[in-house]
Design a protein around this ligand. Sequence first.
Ligand code: KG4
Ligand code: ZN
Length: 350
Amino acid sequence: MRVLGIETSCDETGVAVYDTALPGSAGLRAHAVYSQIALHAEYGGVVPELASRDHVRKLLPLIRQTLAEADLKLEDLDGVAYTAGPGLVGALLVGAGVARSLAWALEVPAVGVHHMEGHLLAPLMEDDPPAAPFVALLVSGGHTQLVAVDEIGSYRLLGETLDDAAGEAFDKTAKVMGLPYPGGPQLAALAETGRPGVYKFSRPMTDRPGLDFSFSGLKTQVMLAWRNSDQSDATRADIARGFEDAVVDTLAIKCHRALDAAGSNTLVVAGGVGANKRLRAKLHDIAGKRGGRASFPRPALCTDNGAMIAFAGALRLQAGQSETAAVKVTPRWDMATLPVVGGHQDQPLP
Ligand code: KG4
Ligand code: ZN
């Protein structure tokens, strides 16, 4: 089954084709992402209306480009998957409108995918994928969640952030130190040259039991440290390293606890912060020491992309799940309400 995936939930237009007939990573026939970062940079954050308009401009050319790269024609598609939520309503509607219209014209089924389920399943697109049950750490710009995955489609929230998401904390901390939006990846690059231990920040909420997170206090600690420093490039790098170590340690401690709680040694990590090198190394280490393993998507598939939507959609379409032609999105959507893939459909898809 060849499925076109469309992602437009925020500031990246992503398109991909996933072919379930091909094994592992070969199934990803082509994928392309157009990032709107430059468009929003001067505002210091995503402007929803500008995001929607840019998806309108970029989506159709990106679909043509992706099909050409996959050496496929529209008529070769067997299904269409699109992000139906959570996300910005206008941006979601662009993807949903195009996906539904295309599916209707081609007379193929279409399915609305949960963006976070897309992230969560992305590591399963790689070769030698982990099998459920496992624990997933979802770390993006909007979410930080630990999820027990009993089977594909059956998600139990174990813990989540009470304030800022991990990616948001990276972005806000970078902004405090004068790095341009979105600063997360730049802060991580800067941390590479910083010295460990020069600045020591707290590991929030690790001194008490539980699997929730809180990252907003860290940004304040960094702000105070930065203001009271000589504000040199070397100091910026040392603070970046101290901040990154604090976030990575905190995530690692909670992952360890979550694996204990779920009785598992298999960890799956996804979302933009999953591209962070130090986080990847630390979580590989923890899972390895437990006799298990940690799985990540390749860095390009950690951040928003159409491949994860094509893949998650393909699993649901293969299981016979699709919806009527209505263009409907769900900007706020609890992943725990999703139906099990291949299971009985006692809960409707959106
Ligand atoms: O998953 P994603 O692309 O978008 C959302 O759904 O939110 O995640 C984007 C987030 C941003 O906050 C970005 O700063 C962060 O992921 N990010 C990183 C790295 N690459 C992206 N944070 C830390 N280290 C990185 N290497
Ligand atoms: Zn995302």
